[in-house]
Write a protein that binds this ligand. Structure first.
Ligand code: 13P
Length: 249
């Protein structure tokens, strides 16, 4: 059985007061037993969030990290620093990191390796841009992103990997991939993993969908066979919306 996962990527939102309010609302909700619920606050709110969610089954995860252990990298955070405050999962390769901060698949590959070496779990994001879909290149683009960043990894580490397919044209736009489009891509990704590794690695891998998941479309998207949950942006900032989404399985 694959994990069902709903993770809220807060991006650069929520100060300490908003964090406290949002998390206390989430805490008082019923978290389904069979869904892993995660929130990814900004770095400055990780410790507070860990404290506020102590004794709940909501995990606190990070939005990014640097591949280096330590050193002259002004403004950066290492895997060891995250592990030091018991943040054991990190998002790597979000499209905003790729497009705004110029993170290439080569850079992301190093980050993934560093996170896995520190025994962290990684949610690896990837997905095509609108033009690439329009020109029918979306499968090729996704295959290449995975190949460069992940396919040199040994099979053993795949138990600590979660994939998040986030078509760039659906992020923050209110336009969602249809459940069929998500299912087709997720099935394709699972097939690639089976070809490059083996069937059981592919079957055990959680593949999340991200891009304008809202309370009114979550159930339909999550009910697709190869969609194992979602990475939620805007709707994870509103307690009621996020609760409805993780309750939608
Ligand atoms: P939205 O849900 O706001 O489209 O954002 C998706 C996303 O980027 C999650 O990482």
């Amino acid at each position: 059985m694959r994990d069902k996962i709903v993770a809220g990527n807060w991006k650069m939102n929520n100060d300490q007061y908003q964090t406290k309010e949002l998390l206390s609302n989430l805490k008082s909700s019923k978290i389904p037993d069979d869904v892993r619920v995660m929130v990814a606050p900004s770095f400055t709110q990780l410790s507070q969030s860990k404290n506020l969610l102590n004794n709940t089954n909501i995990s606190v995860i990070a939005q990014n990290m640097n591949a280096a252990h330590s050193g002259a990298y002004t403004g950066e955070i290492s895997a060891d620093m995250l592990k030091g405050i018991e943040v054991n999962t990190v998002i790597i390769g979000h499209s905003e990191r790729r497009s705004i901060f110029n993170e290439s698949d080569e850079i992301l590959k190093e980050k993934v390796k560093a996170a896995l070496a520190a025994d962290m779990e990684v949610i690896f994001c990837f997905g095509e841009e609108l033009q690439e879909r329009k020109t029918n290149n979306h499968y090729k683009v996704v295959a290449n992103q995975l190949k460069v960043a992940l396919f040199e990894l040994p099979e053993i580490v795949w138990k600590n990997l979660i994939l998040a397919y986030e078509p760039v044209w659906a992020i923050g736009t209110g336009e969602t991939a249809s459940p069929q489009q998500a299912q087709e891509m997720h099935a394709y990704i699972r097939k690639l993993i089976a070809q490059n590794y083996n069937q059981s690695t592919a079957e055990n891998l959680a593949i999340l969908y991200g891009g304008s998941v809202k309370p009114n479309n979550a159930k339909e998207i999550f009910s697709e066979q190869d969609v194992d949950g979602g990475l939620i942006g805007g709707a994870s900032l509103k307690a009621n919306d996020f609760i409805e989404i993780f309750s939608a399985f």
